[in-house]
Design a protein. Structure first.
Length: 208
């Protein structure tokens, strides 16, 4: 998992509440277990016209400079609905590393943290200010400093945000569930060696 320390990027505004995971990525695209290639399906019902499949020119991520957005500022209850890790996968594959919103669906929030996507909860009024910043385009980039736990507006104003210390540590170190286990590999190896010496009568865990 890629480390998340500090991000300066174009922000795209999605002023919609209750954007569920089926809008983030519809269920028909969930057949793959790969984390790549899903970005083109991100927000499919909003990005493409249902009649001919062409891009909806009014949707923010179909317009410059927001095609290159690395931050999304959304409305209340973003990522509600069904559980699917493909939702953060699609956002990450598109290039979005952080989502700022007043609130999130609980499962989406946790799935995001596990996959290296940073969800930031901020008051609705603050999100509206950040959406106004985002509307100014590529010259009005936001900065997210996870080490200091601040969002920096284009005017230099710093906005503090809360995050669980454990999840903050995992993001800073780039550790997903497998990474957390691998970080304990030396201790696991020591235990296995002791097990072979002191409890040799037990069946082997390695099959050897």
């Amino acid at each position: 998992m890629e480390k998340f320390t500090k991000l300066t990027a174009i922000a795209a505004a999605l002023p919609m509440a209750n954007v569920d995971t089926d809008k983030v990525i519809p269920s028909r695209f969930l057949k793959t277990i790969k984390r790549t290639g899903l970005g083109k399906y991100l927000f499919d019902p909003l990005r493409y016209n249902p009649d001919d499949g062409r891009e909806n020119p009014e949707f923010v991520l179909n317009r410059e400079p927001w095609r290159k957005a690395g931050i999304l500022v959304a409305g209340d209850n973003f990522g509600c609905g069904s559980s699917r890790e493909h939702a953060p996968w699609a956002l990450l594959d598109f290039g979005i590393r952080a989502v700022i919103a007043p609130s999130f669906g609980d499962i989406f929030y946790n799935n995001s943290l596990k996959n290296g996507l940073l969800p930031i909860r901020l008051p609705r009024q603050t999100c509206e200010q950040l959406m106004a910043d985002a509307a100014m385009g590529g010259n009005a980039r936001l900065t997210i400093d996870l080490e200091r736990q601040v969002v920096v507006r284009p005017n230099g104003e710093e906005i503090s945000f809360d995050i669980d210390p454990f999840h903050r540590h995992l993001l800073l170190e780039g550790l997903d569930d497998i990474g957390q286990t691998m970080a304990l590999a030396p201790a696991i190896d020591r235990f296995e060696e002791r097990r072979r010496r002191e409890w040799s009568w037990l069946p082997s865990t390695t099959g050897a």
